[in-house]
Design a protein around this ligand. Structure first.
Ligand code: 5GP
Ligand code: MN
Length: 349
């Protein structure tokens, strides 16, 4: 087994290495691939990339998303075949009950799949994990790989295909899906995790004919006017900067969401804007969704948002990018954030 430095040792005991299934890939199986709720480009790209690989190997594969997703992801090859668990629950349950393998991609704890979580917990089939978030819930997976050093789950799916001896199976559909996730999760190749292996992978995808400009345009130049107007409004009226704490907070009410007809995916990337202000170390975004107040945190440098999200907002994620939630009102959760920011004053200097 390869040495994965960020995998906790207990993971190796409780979860068999993903490499052990390589030899089993040759026999056709009934496979489900799922990911976290409101899938982002990495979640969607890794799921569809793996889908296009496994169908070539003769498996019967279904991708089930726990919830809906941004319409600007519908260009991905195979997106039209994904089942939305909230809309097609009965059909999905039948397929899940019949599955031999369920791949869980780009999340590592069942609660990230919302209404699908209890179903995943009940399944008796083989559950496999491919993920790069911190603190995996490894007892729930039979096989897997958890590597927080990896840029994206898409990079890990690429490694999975290549290490299992199937590099020649990487076709244009797979390349487009995987490139989208790597591009998004590395902030278009700017974050530290965009190391040499990422660039080697992209070079390989380019050699196979990938048109990367098409992917960038599909993801970043594919919104409606109202989304840009909404961002302008939010940056002008909804952003507070706390220079003493090198922190900026954006809070969005239900009224704002309604006024600008904000849809799933329209707020993606918004949390990154305050980080472009000189000196800002922590950016936070809270959105007043129907069922919860959803938090996003981003940091630059040595502020650990994973710890912060876990400690104060029932969340987690990566060191520099995490999310969380609160069931309190918008005003109350903002007050809690301000208290938490002050408690972390020394770490934010
Ligand atoms: P985002 O702010 O884009 O929703 O999430 C940032 C990162 O944190 C993503 O990698 C996402 O998967 C992860 N994340 C978001 N919300 C949660 C949460 O509630 N729990 C955990 N463990 N991770 C989260
Ligand atoms: Mn990811």
């Amino acid at each position: 087994m390869a040495n994965y430095p960020n995998t906790p040792t207990f993971a190796a005991i409780l979860m068999k290495p993903i490499q052990e299934i390589f030899s089993l890939l040759e026999q056709p199986r009934k496979v489900v691939i799922t990911t976290h709720q409101k899938p982002d480009p990495d979640a969607m790209g890794s799921s569809l990339g793996l889908y296009h690989f496994l169908i070539q190997k003769g498996h019967q594969v279904t991708v089930i998303s726990p919830t809906n997703w941004a319409s600007w992801l519908n260009w991905m090859p195979g997106a039209d075949r994904i089942l939305d668990y909230e809309l097609q629950r009965d059909k999905s349950d039948v397929i899940l009950d019949d599955a031999d393998w369920v791949f869980c991609l780009d999340f590592n704890i069942f609660s990230r799949t919302k209404n699908l979580a209890s179903k995943l917990q009940q399944l008796t089939c083989t559950r496999l994990l491919i993920d790069h978030h911190q603190q995996p819930d490894t007892p729930n997976f039979d096989y897997g790989i958890s590597n927080t050093a990896k840029s994206s789950t898409c990079e890990m799916v690429y490694d999975f295909i290549v290490e299992s001896g199937n590099r020649e199976r990487v076709n244009n559909e797979i390349a487009e899906c995987l490139y989208a996730g790597v591009m998004a999760d590395t902030g278009s190749f700017r974050f530290p995790a965009a190391g040499a292996s990422v660039h080697r992978m992209v070079a390989d995808l380019k050699d196979k004919g990938l048109r990367h400009t098409k992917v960038h345009e599909n993801i970043y130049d594919n919104f409606l006017e109202n989304r840009l107007r909404f961002i302008g409004h939010v940056l002008m009226h909804r952003m507070e900067v706390y220079y003493e704490y090198n922190t900026a907070l954006i809070a969005i009410s239900k009224k704002d969401l309604l006024r600008y007809q904000v849809k799933t995916g329209d707020t993606e990337g918004l949390v990154n804007y305050p980080l472009s202000i000189q000196g800002i170390k922590l950016a936070a975004l809270v959105i007043d969704r129907d069922e919860e107040r959803k938090w996003s945190f981003r940091s630059k440098g040595d502020f650990d948002t994973n710890n912060f999200a876990r400690k104060y907002f029932q969340g987690g994620g990566h060191y520099n990018a995490s999310g969380g939630r609160s069931s309190d009102s918008l005003d109350k959760t903002i007050q809690q954030f301000i208290i938490a920011m002050k408690e972390n004053a020394s770490l934010l200097q």
